[in-house]
Every structure is written in C-alpha cells, then in structure tokens.
Design a protein around this ligand. Sequence first.
Ligand SMILES: [Zn+2]
Length: 497
Amino acid sequence: MSLRLFNTLSRRVEPFVPLAPGRVTLYTCGPTVWNYAHIGNFRTFLFEDLLRRWLEASGYEVFHIMNLTDVDDRIIKEAGAKAVSIRDFVAPYVVAFDEDREFLRIRPAHAYPRATEYVAPMVRLVEGLLEKGVAYRGDDGSIYFSIERFPAYGRLSQLDRRELKAGASERVASDEYAKEDARDFALWKAAKPEDEAVGAAWDAPFGRGRPGWHLECSAMALELIGQRYGVDVLDIHAGGVDLIFPHHEDEIAQSCAFTGREDFARYWLHGEFLNVRGTKMSKRFGNITTPRDLRQDGVDPGALRLLVFQTHYRQKLDLTDDALAAAREGARRLGAFARRLAGSAGAADGAAFGAAGERLRADFAAALDEDLNAPQAVAALFEFVSEGNRLLDGGELPGPVALAAWRQADAVLDAATVPEAVEVTTAAASGLAASLSEQPPPDAGARLSWAAGWANARAAAKAARNFAEADRIRVLLAAAGFDVRDRRDGTAEVVKR
Ligand SMILES: [Zn+2]
C-alpha cells in the first residue's frame, strides 16, 4: 500500500505521486491575522498537521509553507478605525496565532511568508500577466485578471462556464465573493487614501497600490518553491472547503497563466467545516470560539486533537461538550497507557505483544494511506491499547516491535494526555499514615505529593499484611482523584485521574 489522496481537481481518490521522488512541497493557506483564528480554522490546520506528519512518517522530506495574510480589506479597515499602521495592528494576532498553534501541538511550517514582505514577487507576477494579455487595467486604475482569457477557469470548483461573467461591467474588487459571481477579479488594487493612511500601499510600474488576497498566495508559493527547488508546481495545496471558490480557483488562474503550466498544484486537498454546537463555550463566547477560549475553559489539547481526528477530514464535525468530554477520557486513556508501556518495556517482545505491534503498524498505515482515514487509525490505536493492557495484566512484556509501532502512531496523532504521576518509592515507612492529613491540600502540586505520601503508607500497610488499612487508603486516594497502580514486581505508582 502507498498513499492515496482525494484530489478536489478530479473529485477522486488518486495515488499520490510527487513531482520529485522522496520530497513534497506543501502549501497551506494560513490565517488572515486581523483577529484571533477560530477553532474552525484550526480544524483545517490540524488536518494539515496530520497530513504533514503522515508524509514525514512515510519517509518524505516535506517543505511546508503557510502564509500569513497581513494585508487585506478587513485589516485596512480595522487598522484605519484604530488609526494605527497595518503592521502594528496585526502584530498581536501574529503572536496569538503562534501561541494557539503551539497549544494544539501543530508542528510549525518551514516558512511563514507574510504578504507585506513579498510585494516584489507579486509585482513581477502582475507584470507577467499584463505582458501575456490576461490582465488589464480597469477605469479605477486597478489591475484585473480576465477570466475570459484563461479557458481553464472553473476547473477546480467545477463552475458551469455559462455562469462566468467576464468583462469590465462584471469585475469585482473585493477579496471575497460568491460562487454565483464568477468574474474578473482584482490582482492589484489602486492605492486609496485609506490604504496610504495605514501603510498599505506600494509602488509598482503599473501604478501605486496593494495586492489582492488571491495574488498573495500564488506569488509567495511560486517564489519559495522556486528558491528552494527551482520548480513552479506545488505537490499539494491544502485549505478549508470554503477556499475552493474563489480563492483557489483564482490562485490557479494567476499561477498557471503566469507559468504556462497545466497545474499550480498537483493535488488539492480541502478540509470540511467544524461547527460549535450547544457547548458551554459557544454560549459564553458566541459562535466564534478560539483555541484561547478552549484553553481558558481547561480543554486539553490532546482531547481536542483526538476529537478532530475521530472524524474524517472530509466530513463535517460538531464540537459539543459531550464529544469533548469523551475525547478527554480517550486522550487520558492513551496517556495512561503510554506511561504503563514505557514503564514495562522488555528486551524482546512477548509473542502476543509482537503480533499486536505488527498489527498496529499495518492497520495504522493502511488507514492513513487511504486518504488519511484518521478515525480508522485512531480505532487501530485503541485496539492496541486494550490488547496491550490485557497483556500487561497477564505479565507479558512489550519489546522493540510493540514500542516502535506505538511510538510511530503516537508521534503522528499526538493525542495522548499523559497524567501526572509519582513513583511509590518506599514500603518501609511504617507509621507514616499518622503524620498525613486525611484531607487533600487545595494546591494541585501539593496534592500530588500528598497522594504519594499516602501511597507510601499504603505500601507499608501491605508489607505489614494490614490489607484492611491498605484498602482504606486506596479508597481515600480514589476519593481525591488518584489511582494507585500496583506492578507485578511489587513497586507501584500513583496517577492523577
Ligand atoms: Zn491562499
């Protein structure tokens, strides 16, 4: 088996064959940094993180580019209202995006080009399109792309050609417009006083102005893959389904008209929406829920990753309190198993553990190779956890095969929440219980050492064959949210639930 992906260009699952063997250029449309990115945006970024991690786990060298749109209609309007430059206006949102990405354990891209730092290649692209006669100047001084001059227009979004409205009377200057309105779009917008006021205007041979949103991605992608590999076609371009039209259609038109290539990207991947439905967060924060709202609510990032990966990226996903709570349990179960597995590794695999490891490796790869079927990959992982726990209970040890299979799956999904835990170190402390309060302290850190103290007292009681006292302590710890796990070798650990 090897990787197959659903390509929006063909509406089919196709074998993935990169331009050059062993390496993949991946461009993912990044945030417009005019506000905090919401969790729906981050669902797309999580799907792209999974794609990136699976490509890397499959042995590809991935060059991942994600742009930051730091100039567009909305940014100019908001910066103007606050009377600051666009640079100053977006600065806190750039920082916030990086914090939120880090919180959700999304691997950083190799390049985060900012639109305002790539104006020169954008100007060259527009010049090229003017020379080829596929772009023209409108009466307003802006430069437009003529969709009539590009016969392949509509290929990605499968627009009925009859819906296209080409020509001067039908062109559009705004960055976003409806699918019913396929029409000539602005590549370069002539500078207005409100653009000048916030530092959003640049000189160009065809007139002072600023780039349109669609132009930004084409120019930055072509510039960066050209610099790095001397190529002008991307292997994979990904984004949310809402970007298929007009954004990606327009990216293809500009890029292919400029390069003369049939493709701008060989594979177009699109992730579905996430809806925030009836959750505490949606009530408190309205429909726009951001990762910072979730973090403030104590949502654990492992749980969120698990929740997202339990639905296929091409299916809609509802974020609800119940789904989050279930995912939280699942993430903790993975984390507890990770600890248990690491704590019991042997030099060689027990026969059943080796077989379980082989099965996990094969099932996990088969699932992700088939258009990133993460729900199936997650199911394979939980099957391994159930089987592994049963084998560990029976005294069988995991060896290199089982551990490597686990580590690979864990590294790709990264959804485990490892519980806080302490080793129970001594069984010799008789009379220890007398010095401990039966009430857990309020501080979380102190509570863990309190639990460790009681776990030691319990070990001492067991060593003295006072099983009634040992049981009483187990109940006391359980009431405070701690599990004591005895190992076969007589040692134990205490784990926060
Ligand atoms: Zn884009």
